[in-house]
Design a protein around this ligand. Structure first.
Ligand SMILES: Cc1cc2nc3c(=O)[nH]c(=O)nc-3n(C[C@H](O)[C@H](O)[C@H](O)COP(=O)(O)O)c2cc1C
Length: 212
């Protein structure tokens, strides 16, 4: 396979939801690579962006938000990587009750109430995100699971795209895969429930859980 085939691109500013779609699709490639023992890492910032864009012969109306190297993991992390991971607390995640809510943003969701969705929510919680900011917030309302983006980064790559929407696509991917793995019948929809939400928190999409 040629290196350039491993890049995903999308056409600039045509459709709402394209960053999420990019994150969702790219994460499926990443997870597949991991299942066959190939190491990956999402990279949006720490690369020679113009060099990569030249290498993939990016058209003027296209953007290439992220790349991933593919290869076998080094046995030992470099000092640089160790320091960078420390800087973003890469080995930790926000607690369940800070990310997931029961009916309204005022009520944290307990793990027992999450019940059969607990593993799917944990799969979201452990997902990778740019600078480990974990922008996903989820409100469970009956049989609907609403995903929101908590905007907590200012730098969104020249304003050309919102890297946290790419994180949201990753979260949607993790939830869907884990829920389906657990035998849940989940259907994607974009249907804003217009819930009162904290500042800088934007509705993204939902999954509806149907009886399996
Ligand atoms: C959209 C996105 C962009 C990222 N960009 C970079 C990057 O430029 N450089 C880097 O070293 N890691 C990058 N990461 C990796 C995150 O820093 C990492 O996922 C996070 O710190 C959590 O660590 P973990 O995935 O190893 O658990 C990125 C991750 C995502 C999802």
């Amino acid at each position: 396979m040629q290196l350039h085939q491993l890049f995903c691109r999308f056409t600039e500013r045509t459709e709402p939801g394209e960053e999420e779609a990019f994150g969702y699709a790219f994460e499926k490639i990443v997870l597949f690579a991991e299942t066959i023992g190939v190491g990956t890492t999402w990279i949006a910032g720490t690369m020679d962006r113009s060099g990569f864009e030249r290498a993939v012969k990016l058209n003027e109306d296209e953007v290439m938000p992220c790349v991933s190297p593919l290869g076998y993991e080094a046995k030992k992390m470099s000092l640089r990587e160790t320091m960078m991971r420390k800087g973003v607390k890469a080995d930790t995640r926000l607690p369940f009750a800070s990310l997931f809510f029961d009916g309204t943003f005022d009520t944290p969701l307990s793990e027992s109430k999450a019940s059969t969705l607990k593993n799917a929510l944990e799969a979201v919680r452990f997902a990778p995100s740019a600078v480990n900011k974990q922008p996903w917030r989820i409100v469970l309302c009956g049989n609907k699971v609403h995903f929101f983006e908590k905007h907590n980064r200012k730098d969104t790559s020249d304003g050309r795209w919102d890297v946290q929407k790419i994180d949201m696509g990753i979260a949607l991917c993790h939830f869907e895969l884990a829920a389906k793995e657990a035998g849940q019948n989940v259907v994607f929809e974009i249907n804003d429930p217009h819930l009162p939400a904290p500042a800088d928190t934007e509705y993204i999409a939902s999954f509806v859980i149907h009886q399996a």
